[in-house]
Design a protein around this ligand. Structure first.
Ligand code: SAM
Ligand code: SF4
Length: 509
């Protein structure tokens, strides 16, 4: 099925070394070994059949399935299909409450925050929906030098206060694996003085093109957190229409098995998702479940995170004007709820593609991570920080451009704590170890302590007076809970807390 790839006839790909690079990207043997009897794990007739067979389940069956989610067990395709079809308002409300309860059981009242960092918009692919596609000549192209990467990281760590990034790359020889590894090292090297201590990025996740097994080892060695790749659409006919077959991305299975390769290379934390709106959302939700199940089956662990980016307008991208599968706000909420229930242990990322209003409604349905203060124009944090939209050099238009301070304040006023914790990864609590801890609720014990310590750091270093006031109330309540629920560690926790107040940084359990 996989083949050598030709080259797109656009100016971006029009030189010999780029063409050669493109032709050598796909290694068929790194796909075929994961197939079952020559078949991949997306069995479209089986998905359609499960969807058709599970329409109109009665309330009792729905409630039995909800009880299984609440026991933090992955649902079967039939169970998931049953939930997908629920439209009765009362049952839907029960599903939303259960989704929220599942999230609280696994992740308590915490949200983790991160920022996207786009390092370049050179891309050899030609995805119909993307502002970076090679045929989009209205896009100003550039790739950041290491010095520019450093400056972006300095703003993120020293002025906004982020500790966790998703670093984003187009697919191009100039942003290949050596560039990726070097940029991670540059980012981790940044250390900036702040109001009361210092700021650093402790976890770099990557959203990049599928890599070869040996290449994953290189980014892991450079300190990668999670490797994230979205399949965009799991529906093969739609995939083929949107990703020209003479591009690397045109190979569906190279992308479908990229997380298998990452796991083979020892990367435990992988992030998956569809680009919502390219095809029927019900099919995509079923397909994500099959993706999670195949990873669980072959490697013993499912995805660390699932994302569900919804299509947004992009500069000079007419494809986006007329989308037959555009997902309404109501259906988007159903999609998020069902994913939470179907894969109860996974982290779920809600990005600033959504508006502030939507994020208010959707975060409590089981999401665990959000971004804020996001700039997705290349170089946008350092050179145009006040431009919240930077159309000519960004991939799509953002829905929520509020600052991190504003979002944290709003969440704190509603009783949520924003965690900047990155300790799990650095203590080896990744992959199956973290999954075990999450399923049993034990990870929460570390997370609560680390959430308070890192939130304290951020409040002291970056918060406005209004946000500080809202945050203090949350912290007081959390400390009281630690005292009550974890008396054995309370004393050492408070000692770390006092040291943090005094300006020490990066203390964690
Ligand atoms: N180039 C790499 C790739 O395609 O895998 C990684 C980065 S790409 C810049 C990140 C993701 O942005 C894509 O995987 C796609 O899901 C999403 N994206 C592309 N165009 C979009 C649009 N118009 N609206 C929302 N998300 C979009
Ligand atoms: Fe390139 Fe990724 Fe955009 Fe496709 S989605 S054009 S691969 S940057």
């Amino acid at each position: 099925m996989s083949k050598g790839v030709g080259f797109a006839t656009t100016v971006l790909n029009n030189n010999k070394s780029t063409r050669e690079w493109i032709q050598n990207r796909i290694k068929p043997e790194e796909i075929e070994k994961y197939l079952d009897n020559g078949q991949d794990f997306i069995d479209e007739p089986a998905i359609e059949q499960a969807l058709a067979a599970n329409r109109g389940c009665d309330a009792r069956r729905v409630r039995d399935i909800l009880a299984k989610s609440l026991a933090i067990e992955t649902l079967t395709p039939d169970e998931t299909a049953c939930l997908i079809h629920v439209t009765d308002p009362e049952l839907l409300a029960e599903m939303r409450q259960t989704a929220s309860a599942v999230k609280t059981k696994v992740y308590d009242n915490r949200f983790v925050t991160f920022a996207p960092l786009y390092l370049g918009n050179l891309c050899v692919n030609n995805c119909a929906y993307c502002g970076f596609r090679s045929s989009n000549h209205a896009e100003t192209r550039r790739i950041l030098s290491q010095e520019e990467v450093r400056r972006e990281a300095e703003v993120l760590a020293g002025q906004i206060g982020h500790k966790r990034l998703i670093v984003v790359y187009g697919e191009h020889p100039k942003s290949g694996v050596e560039y990726m590894a070097e940029t991670l090292r540059t980012i981790y090297d940044v250390k900036v003085k702040t109001r009361c201590g210092w700021g650093q990025i402790h976890r770099c996740n990557i959203n990049g093109a599928p890599l070869q097994v040996d290449e994953y080892r290189i980014v892991k060695e450079a300190g990668l957190g999670t490797y994230q790749v979205f399949q965009e659409t799991y529906h093969k006919g739609t995939y083929a229409r949107l990703h020209p077959s003479n591009t690397i991305k045109g190979d569906y299975r190279w992308r479908l098995y990229c997380m298998h390769r990452a796991m083979e290379a020892g990367i435990d934390d992988v992030g998956i998702g569809p680009l919502v709106g390219l095809y029927d959302w019900k099919f995509e939700v079923m397909a994500i479940l099959h993706h999670a199940i195949d990873l669980e089956k072959k490697f013993g662990i499912g995805p660390h995170t699932i994302s569900f980016p919804r299509l947004e307008p992009a500069h000079n991208t007419p494809f986006l004007n007329d989308l037959p599968y555009r997902v309404s706000d109501e259906d988007f909420k159903r999609l998020v709820t069902v994913i939470r229930l179907a894969v109860p242990y996974t982290g779920m990322i809600l990005t600033a593609r959504e508006t502030a209003e939507m994020r208010r409604e959707v975060l409590p349905l089981g999401c665990t991570q959000f971004d804020a203060s996001s700039r997705i124009g290349i170089g946008g944090y350092d050179d145009r920080p006040d431009d919240r939209q930077q159309d000519d050099r960004q991939q799509f238009i953002l829905g929520d451009t509020r600052s991190l301070d504003e979002v944290i304040r709003e969440l704190a006023e509603a009783g949520y704590i924003t965690s900047f914790c990155t300790a799990g990864y650095r203590c080896g609590r990744t992959g199956d170890k973290i999954m075990c801890l999450l399923r049993s609720g034990k990870e929460g014990q570390f997370c609560k302590l680390n959430a308070v310590l890192t939130f304290r750091e951020w409040l002291d270093d970056f918060a406005t007076p209004e946000t500080l006031a809202a945050g203090e109330k949350v912290i007081a309540k959390e400390i009281e809970e630690v005292r009550r629920r974890q008396p054995g560690v309370f004393e050492s926790f408070m000692s770390y807390y006092e040291k943090t107040r005094a300006g020490e940084r990066d203390l964690y359990f």
